[in-house]
Design a protein around this ligand. Structure first.
Ligand SMILES: Cc1cc2nc3c(=O)[nH]c(=O)nc-3n(C[C@H](O)[C@H](O)[C@H](O)COP(=O)(O)OP(=O)(O)OC[C@H]3O[C@@H](n4cnc5c(N)ncnc54)[C@H](O)[C@@H]3O)c2cc1C
Length: 304
């Protein structure tokens, strides 16, 4: 099927906002990535279902994007559809301590809103620049807490285009892991979170304290994707990288952050390839010097 026909079909379906040749660096916190042939933001679950029917029946490559804070797209064109739920999947409904939240909602905003509402459980997420969908996919976490602790249900569009309700147990949460990682064809529509009533001021103060701590220890004003590597069993990834004297090491415009050595930052002129080369160089060096295998937490997309 040719690209012009696909373009016409996508517009005819009226299922969402469509951009053509959209630069992906605009949608990732690393600020790198080539253009996407189509960048589509579906209006709602029904539009998404129609789109997925079309995508599967025409075998069109696609990728579900949250806030792009844990992905490294290559510099080349993505010859498929980037499906973003960040624009229209924004509903939040509160019923006592239960929050039903759509996958495009910002985790940081939700954490601060919950503080205002006197709902505790998301204090770990005040500095995580992802979406609810990305957070559930990754089981995002910090300060020894993670998403799994507050999840009651997760709603996905499955491979048969049906909406399926997964329990917390179905999600098989573990350290930066959820069952969705084994089912790339499942799309998270949202979730039901179970919070605890607590004093609004104390939650806000905890969020603020943690924000200050992050600003002191992480390169918050640089483009990055947070921690690049999972922490291996032996010792934290930052410590492995430090022991190999790689703090501050640069390839092109990509640098191991002098402030936090498990962060790779874009010094303003990095290509995606610079960042990938630095990831591989770091892995190789840590393995050669310490015999420890670092696993990349950042998702690599559109590389050969
Ligand atoms: C400065 C900084 C600090 C960070 N600190 C932390 C931290 O403390 N703890 C932590 O855990 N992470 C941290 N991160 C990493 C990142 O924010 C999290 O992994 C976050 O959960 C990713 O969410 P996202 O919406 O940006 O997902 P994306 O990066 O857009 O996508 C990540 C993966 O999730 C999949 N995905 C996204 N949405 C959906 C959906 N609706 N359905 C199915 N799949 C989906 C994508 O396909 C992709 O494979 C940090 C990142 C930055 C830049």
């Amino acid at each position: 099927m040719d690209f012009d026909t696909i373009t016409q079909d996508l517009y005819k379906m009226h299922i969402g906002d469509i951009k053509e040749y959209e630069p992906l660096y605009k949608h990732t916190t690393f600020r790198v990535g080539g253009p996407a042939r189509w960048y589509l933001s579906p209006y709602d679950a029904l539009s998404l279902k129609t789109l997925m029917h079309y995508v599967h029946s025409h075998k069109i490559p696609y990728f579900i994007l949250g806030k792009g804070s844990n992905v490294l797209f290559s510099d080349k064109e993505y010859n498929g559809i980037i499906i973003s739920l960040s624009e229209h999947f924004q509903q939040v409904d509160i019923n006592c301590c239960l929050i039903r939240v759509a996958s495009g909602v910002s985790l940081m905003k939700l954490a601060y809103d919950c503080a205002k509402w006197g709902l505790s459980g998301l204090e770990f997420a005040g500095g995580i620049p992802g979406s609810v969908g990305g957070g559930l996919f990754m089981n995002a976490g910090a300060y020894k807490h993670d998403f799994s602790e507050i999840v009651k249900e997760v709603y996905v569009l499955d491979e048969h285009f049906n909406i399926r309700c997964l329990s917390k147990e179905d999600m098989s949460f573990a350290y930066r892991h959820s069952v969705i990682q084994q089912h790339p064809e499942w799309i998270i529509l949202g979730g039901l979170l179970e919070m605890k009533a607590a004093d609004s001021k104390s939650i806000q103060e905890l969020l603020d304290r943690r924000k200050e701590k992050r600003m002191a220890s992480q390169p918050w004003n640089m483009s990055s994707a947070g921690s690049v590597f999972r922490n291996p069993d032996e010792k934290p990834a930052w410590q492995c990288i430090d022991e190999c004297q790689l703090r501050g090491y640069e390839i092109g415009g990509a640098q191991i952050s002098p402030k936090h050595s498990n962060f790779i930052v874009n010094n303003g002129y990095a290509s995606a390839k610079d960042i990938l080369d630095l990831i591989y160089f770091t892995k190789d060096t840590v393995y050669e010097k310490l015999g420890i295998v670092l696993t990349t937490e950042v998702r690599l997309v559109n590389w050969d």
